[in-house]
Design a protein around this ligand. Structure first.
Ligand SMILES: *[C@@H]1O[C@H](CO)[C@@H](O)[C@H](O)[C@H]1NC(C)=O
Ligand SMILES: *[C@@H]1O[C@H](CO)[C@@H](O)[C@H](O)[C@H]1NC(C)=O
Ligand SMILES: *[C@@H]1O[C@H](CO)[C@@H](O)[C@H](O)[C@H]1NC(C)=O
Ligand SMILES: *[C@@H]1O[C@H](CO)[C@@H](O)[C@H](O)[C@H]1NC(C)=O
Ligand SMILES: *[C@@H]1O[C@H](CO)[C@@H](O)[C@H](O)[C@H]1NC(C)=O
Ligand SMILES: *[C@@H]1O[C@H](CO)[C@@H](O)[C@H](O)[C@H]1NC(C)=O
Ligand SMILES: *[C@@H]1O[C@H](CO)[C@@H](O)[C@H](O)[C@H]1NC(C)=O
Ligand SMILES: *[C@@H]1O[C@H](CO)[C@@H](O)[C@H](O)[C@H]1NC(C)=O
Length: 740
């Protein structure tokens, strides 16, 4: 009960705020276009920078075609490529288009499933999928579907026979319908259904499942979407998608230098950087509205139309002033009669206004106090929701945990109000800002993306465990902030970028095999620690080179636990949100939808291959069967062409035996079936041994001779490892010797 009231309160508050913001821009703005250019196509306004035909758009990227969608149809419609454009907003830099839906239906005639995987590709264009307006939405009774883009795989599963929850009109939370957020900066996606989840057994009640990326505001779940084809019929097979657009890929600093190509040509307009669409666009200044892309497009707003003053309103350029009728004057924003009214009435007027002022002030105070109390309640509510109280209880009982609960204000100050300049990185799970705490401690603050109710409950517990992790190769969680709707995490700041940058960046730096091996070993140790030293084990879930950070001395630190979960302790805990990164996804996880420690092993195998080959895990531009690095690598291994794929920087005779060992190990990690992959501990131990051999081949050799004198048993016990590990090491030494 309290939850809904506070949520309502908060949304009421937000509506208030947005209503204030909109009041100034509410008036309709006619489409402004270049002279001689068409301003409308069908019933859609086409404002500049968009245009129909040659020379009417600001550049080729904004050119639209006005055509009849079907040959027999009279109504013309604007198109950008294959996409019908239904609306363009110059103020918000958005465009609405129609995109196909992906569907999976049972076909009773053939007795099989029929799939239609829709895709949208805006790569190389000025359009990006809006991350704030769209949601990945999946409808179905036994459905697991994903949005695949060039760098993300995000999806969720939806069921109808769950005992706790049944599908409900207007609610999309896992029963019959589920949703996930769209990451920032996506230009390409394809719908994809997991074919192990199909409606072949329940098709009479549920003929089709759907996966769409669509405008959330125009979606309202209805249970009839499950039982019939109403969803497809409602939208006629095409759903509205919101796109963000930018004039050019430059930030505001660049285009402003060259006045001839600068798009914000209107007086009283300025340039703004677009965080999602990479590039800039223009906006009219405060107090003006219209089209900033055309000369004199930004027109003064006549604020007086909304009667903001109590008596006389005078509109000025970009603003307005209030004044009073003759015989009266303005006092503290209120019009009062002139003092020269009459001697006798002065004290009465003064008395009345004093009483009035006192009354107003008292009421305002009372109101403020009430509001503050309300706000505190809201904050406490979130704190409770995120498991904050649980956290506090635990904190009290465990002395010496260096973990701090930060206030929202504190983090706002540290990150300069979450300024865009402070952004360190953006991912599927949130945005990371650089922050400077009082006392000059550098930190990284992660603002999570919205999470669902169940995740919220788990959040506090999970954080508590992360807060207790103390491993030199895992980024330390310093604290968190639970007061806001989406939680924020505060990590130590790691200055030297990611392993991804080190491998794939063009810094011209040589990275020796020894360094690569050390980073691999350190990362493996960290994952081993997560798997074996915590109870229940922690599964990272998204190991990849861009989640391995490097400190000043290039020491590896595992980061980003956004996808991590505690290993499920019973069957009922089923991961409903499947997400990962293309090129790293464990094929078994995609099939079974259950994250295991072996998924981390698989992901780590991909990182090992990246280190060996210096190639990216996923290459969108490669032919179909060569997109994935792991596939190319396994093929090279199978065909004995390892040398072809290994990075030239480290490929030499001396290194070859080590490279073969690492490749062998990576191959084991990339086994299709989880049970055939080695446990993380074994991987870490192998890497450790390889490292030692590489550093001190002679020491190992001597100790080996010594051991062979002492006998087998002491050898095994002194190393405490299996003979399999040992054989790798010895082979390394011997081949190194013969190589000299
Ligand atoms: C549906 O999935 C099951 C496995 O869950 C599979 O055995 C069956 O063949 C699938 N049916 C179709 C029509 O694909
Ligand atoms: C998307 O479009 C770009 C540019 O037109 C093209 O290079 C790329 O191959 C396309 N991607 C896919 C997956 O079709
Ligand atoms: C949802 O609304 C539809 C009509 O729009 C109705 O037929 C259906 O019974 C409703 N479902 C529930 C669970 O109320
Ligand atoms: C969604 O539809 C239901 C009826 O099916 C209605 O009660 C509800 O107000 C609608 N919600 C929105 C946001 O339109
Ligand atoms: C959805 O509707 C479109 C057009 O109305 C049609 O062409 C398409 O076959 C339908 N798809 C499904 C899965 O019903
Ligand atoms: C400015 O932009 C125009 C048009 O794009 C181009 O022709 C010109 O060379 C640019 N000038 C400079 C100094 O970059
Ligand atoms: C636009 O601004 C320039 C200089 O700031 C000024 O010379 C010009 O008259 C202005 N144009 C209009 C229509 O106000
Ligand atoms: C309008 O004028 C008021 C007071 O004169 C000032 O405080 C306010 O900042 C001005 N607004 C704009 C948009 O210039």
């Amino acid at each position: 009960m309290t939850t809904t009231t506070t949520t309502k309160l908060l949304s009421a508050l937000l509506i208030c705020i947005s209503a204030i913001g909109m009041a100034s821009a509410a008036a309709d703005v006619a489409a402004a276009a270049h002279p001689g250019c068409q301003t409308r196509c069908g019933d859609v306004d086409i404002p500049f920078p968009f245009g129909i035909g040659d020379k009417c758009a600001i550049h080729e990227g904004f050119q639209l075609k006005c055509k009849a969608p079907k040959q027999d149809s009279k109504l013309m419609k604007p198109f950008r490529g294959d996409f019908e454009v239904t609306k363009i907003s110059v103020e918000d830099g958005k465009a609405w288009v129609k995109a196909y839906m992906s569907s999976q239906c049972y076909d009773p005639f053939t007795g099989g499933m029929s799939y239609s995987d829709a895709s949208a590709n805006f790569s190389g264009s000025v359009f990006w999928l809006s991350d704030t307006d769209n949601r990945i939405t999946i409808i179905g009774c036994q459905t697991l579907a994903y949005m695949m883009s060039d760098s993300y795989v995000i999806g969720c599963s939806s069921t109808c026979d769950d005992n706790d929850q049944t599908p409900n009109n207007g609610s999309c939370s896992g029963a019959g319908c589920c949703q996930a957020s769209v990451p920032k900066r996506i230009q390409y996606y394809r719908g994809y259904f997991n074919e192990d989840y199909n409606t072949s057994k329940i098709w009479r009640n549920s003929p089709c499942s759907y996966m769409v990326v669509m405008e959330d505001a125009s979606f309202n779940f209805s249970t009839t979407y499950l039982t019939s084809r109403v969803f497809n019929e409602t939208y006629k097979g095409e759903v509205p998608v919101v796109l963000d657009w930018a004039i050019t890929p430059d930030t505001c600093k660049e285009p402003q230098r060259n006045k001839t190509s600068y798009a914000c040509v209107s007086n009283n307009s300025h340039c703004i950087d677009n965080m999602n669409a990479q590039g800039y666009r223009c906006q009219c200044s405060n107090g003006f509205e219209g089209n900033p892309y055309v000369k004199d497009g930004c027109k003064d707003i006549d604020e007086c139309l909304h009667s903001p003053c109590s008596e006389i309103c005078t509109n000025t350029l970009g603003n307005f002033t209030c004044s009073c009728y003759p015989g009266r004057y303005m006092m503290n924003g209120v019009c009062v009669p002139n003092k020269k009214i009459g001697f006798a009435s002065v004290p009465a007027v003064v008395g009345a206004s004093v009483i009035f002022v006192v009354l107003v002030v008292t009421m305002m105070f009372a109101y403020l106090i009430k509001e503050r109390r309300k706000l505190r309640h809201i904050k406490q509510h979130y704190l409770r929701q995120h498991g904050g109280l649980l956290l506090f209880e635990e904190m009290k009982s465990q002395e010496g945990v260096a973990f701090k609960i930060f206030s929202h204000e504190e983090l706002q100050e540290a990150t300069n109000r979450f300024s865009e300049q402070q952004i360190l990185g953006q991912g599927g799970h949130g945005t990371v800002y650089k922050g400077l705490l009082k006392g000059n401690t550098e930190v990284a603050v992660k603002r999570c993306m919205t999470i669902n109710e169940q995740q919220k409950k788990e959040f506090g517990k999970e954080m508590l465990i992360l807060s207790q992790i103390n491993h030199k190769n895992i980024v330390k969680l310093l604290g968190c902030c639970l007061e806001v709707e989406v939680p924020m995490l505060v990590y130590e700041f790691i200055p030297n970028g990611t392993l991804f940058d080190l491998i794939h960046g063009d810094h011209g730096q040589q990275i020796s095999l020894a360094t690569r091996l050390r980073i691999a070993h350190e990362s493996a140790e960290a994952i081993t620690y997560l798997h074996s030293c915590a109870s229940p084990p922690i599964l990272h879930g998204d190991i990849k080179s861009s989640n391995i950070l490097l400190d000043r001395n290039l020491i590896a630190k595992i980061s980003d636990f956004g996808a991590s979960i505690l290993a499920p302790t019973d069957e009922s805990q089923f991961v409903t949100l499947v997400q990962g990164t293309c090129g790293y996804l464990d094929p078994e996880y995609m099939q079974l939808c259950q994250l295991t420690d072996k998924s981390d092993v698989y992901n780590f195998g991909v990182v090992l291959v990246e280190l060996l080959t210096c190639q990216k895990a996923f290459n969108l531009n490669a032919p179909e069967h060569e997109k994935s690095l792991s596939m190319r690598f396994l093929n090279a291994m199978k065909n004995n062409k390892l040398a072809h794929i290994i990075d030239g920087q480290i490929k030499n005779r001396e290194n070859m035996p080590f490279l073969e060992e690492i490749a062998e190990l990576a191959g084991q990690c990339l086994e299709m079936s989880g049970v055939n992959r080695p446990p993380m501990k074994q991987v870490a131990d192998n890497l450790d041994r390889l490292r030692k051999v590489m550093q001190h081949p002679w020491v190992e050799q001597n100790s080996e001779e010594l051991e062979s004198l002492l006998g087998e048993s002491s050898r095994v016990s002194s190393r405490g490892t299996s003979t399999a590990n040992f054989s790798i090491e010895r082979r390394g030494v011997m081949e190194l010797d013969s190589g000299r």
